[in-house]
Structures are given as structure tokens and as C-alpha cells.
Design a protein around this ligand. Structure first.
Ligand SMILES: [Zn+2]
Length: 320
């Protein structure tokens, strides 16, 4: 029996030891350790800090998520675009003025484009044809350029001073005449076709510029009716003399009472040709024209543009 007592005592000792170990283990809980080490007051302060930080973190996270949603709401657009002009913005960025096929004339910020290594590369050179994607925020004029892919570079044209002046003149007129963010597919295609025609045959620059001016005036609603008398609506025939008044409107001999300048038949034919031919074909057909005939057309387009913009165009030297 003493053996049974001894065994019982041993079992009790083992149980007590097990309880002691459990208590020690429980005391190792971080919070208990904290209280033990720092005291109750300090622990309470520490815990408040922890919960406050967590709350601030949650708040910041919510705000960050809200910003992301906002960015999504901005809208991502993709379109073909022609670079018309660039301006420097701050130390590292540029503002790019483009004529786009889908969104009309737009101004976009190209972030980091002035840095030595940047993702835009040579894409922002004037007269480059691009495929672009951009973000646009509601009620904000400047868009944010995201990606640019060069479809066609016309960088080689910039080395010829006369061509460069002609292209700059075209770009200036497009910027002057086009209301921002008003899509005009015909205008985009016309400017693109003229640019390509100049690239193919730089010697035809002047006649292509006349073609461009006539179409720009027409598409923006500033080209007077060249087919009919502005008063009696009589349809002109090729053999009759027509008159152009100081208001730059065409009249038949009856309505004009012989006042105003006569409008040459050659100019009539030229104007009709702009309506049925593309810029390259028009330029080709105009090669046989005398300098006087080319000058007459330039004089007309120049006056019409000057009147439309209510001022004289700046790059007069590009006219023959
Ligand atoms: Zn008339």
C-alpha cells in the first residue's frame, strides 16, 4: 500500500507542475508581458496609439481607394492624333497641342517628357502622326497623355526652312480655327492628307497650302458660295464674268452692278478643282498655272482667312 500512496503523491506533484507550466505560459501573452514590463498606465497609452494608427491607416486607405475610383471616372480615350505644337511646362513636362480624329483639338500634359530618358521619345515632334491614349477629367481643359505610338514621323520635313514655315502656318491656322474638343473627322483627314502630300512632294508646298486654306475655310463655315450669286442665287456658268465685292461675296454682273473686282475664270476652275480632287492631284494639276493665277488664289484665301480671324495672318511670307 505504501507504494500506492507514493504513486498518488507523485501524480499530484506532476499535476501541480503541469498547472505551474500552464500559468507561466499564460503569463507569456504579449499583453500580459506588456503590462508586466511597462505598467498599466503606459500600456493603456500604448494601446490607444495603436488603435489610433489603425484608424488613421484605414482612413488613408479609404481616401486612396476613393482617388482610384476618381481616376477611373476620368475616362480613358484612344485616338489618332497629329502633333501641332508643344510648350514647355515646369521643369520636366510639356503641353502638347494635337488635332485628333475622335476628340478634335486638344491640349495634353506629357509628364516627364523633358527628361533625358522619357517614355515619349520623338513622338512629340510637331507634325508626327500618333496613336495616343489620354485621361480626361470632367470640366478640365488639359488632358493627361498616357501612351503615344508613332504611326508616321515627318521629322525629315523640319530640316527644310520653307517647308517648316508652311507646316507651322498650317498648324497655326488649325489651332486658330478649331474649337477645342469638337470632333471633325473631315478636318482631321484633310490636314493629314495635306501633310502627306507635302511630305511626298515638298516642291508643291504653296499649292497644297492653298488647297488646305480653301478646305479649312469651307469646313469651318467661312467659305462663301463660289457656285451661285450671293444675292439672286443664280448658278454661275463657266463662260460668264462674276464679281467679288469688298465683302468677299460673289455676285453676277446684274446684282453687282459692275462693282467689285472680276473673278477670273481660271480662279473659278481652280476652286472647283479643290472640291473634286485630293491635295496631291490638285497640286499636280496646278503645276501648269502661271504665278499670277497662283497669286490670285492666294490673295483670295488670304483675304478670307484675314476676315474670318478678324486680323491679318501672321505668316504672310509663305504666300507667293
Ligand atoms: Zn445675282
Amino acid at each position: 500500500m505504501p507504494q500506492t500512496k507514493q504513486l498518488h503523491a507523485k501524480t499530484q506533484r506532476v499535476q501541480r507542475r503541469q498547472e505551474e507550466i500552464e500559468m507561466d505560459f499564460a503569463s507569456l501573452h504579449p499583453l500580459r508581458l506588456c503590462v508586466k514590463k511597462l505598467g498599466e498606465q503606459t500600456t493603456l497609452a500604448f494601446l490607444s496609439q495603436v488603435f489610433l494608427s489603425r484608424w488613421l491607416f484605414a482612413l488613408l486607405f479609404t481616401l486612396k481607394s476613393a482617388k482610384s475610383a476618381d481616376e477611373i471616372e476620368m475616362g480613358l480615350f484612344e485616338t489618332e492624333a497629329l502633333v501641332l505644337r508643344t510648350y514647355n511646362l515646369a521643369d520636366a513636362d510639356k503641353i502638347v497641342v494635337c488635332l485628333t480624329r475622335v476628340n478634335g483639338l486638344l491640349r495634353g500634359v506629357a509628364k516627364g517628357s523633358r527628361r533625358l530618358k522619357n517614355r515619349f521619345g520623338a513622338a512629340l515632334e510637331p507634325f508626327t502622326l500618333l496613336q495616343i491614349s489620354f485621361y480626361q477629367k470632367e470640366n478640365q481643359e488639359l488632358v493627361s497623355l498616357r501612351n503615344t505610338e508613332i504611326l508616321k514621323s515627318h521629322f525629315n520635313l523640319s530640316s527644310q526652312a520653307e517647308t517648316l514655315a508652311g507646316l507651322s502656318y498650317m498648324a497655326e491656322l488649325v489651332i486658330e480655327f478649331s474649337p477645342p474638343y469638337q470632333p471633325n473627322d473631315k478636318l482631321f483627314r484633310m490636314v493629314k492628307a495635306c501633310l502627306e502630300a507635302i511630305a511626298d512632294s515638298p516642291a508643291d508646298l504653296q499649292t497644297i497650302l492653298r488647297y488646305f486654306e480653301i478646305w479649312l475655310l469651307k469646313l469651318e463655315g467661312f467659305l462663301p458660295d463660289m457656285k451661285r450669286c450671293s444675292e439672286c442665287r443664280h448658278l454661275f456658268n463657266e463662260s460668264e464674268t462674276t464679281f467679288i465685292g469688298s465683302d468677299l461675296l460673289l455676285r453676277c454682273s446684274t446684282c453687282s452692278l459692275g462693282k467689285g473686282k472680276t473673278f477670273s475664270k481660271r480662279l473659278h476652275v481652280q476652286l472647283q478643282a479643290t472640291q473634286r480632287l485630293g491635295p496631291s492631284a490638285f497640286a499636280e494639276e496646278s503645276r501648269a498655272l502661271s504665278a499670277k493665277a497662283v497669286g490670285e488664289m492666294a490673295n483670295l484665301t488670304h483675304q478670307l482667312i484675314g476676315r474670318a480671324l478678324d486680323r491679318q495672318v501672321r505668316i504672310r511670307s509663305t504666300f507667293p
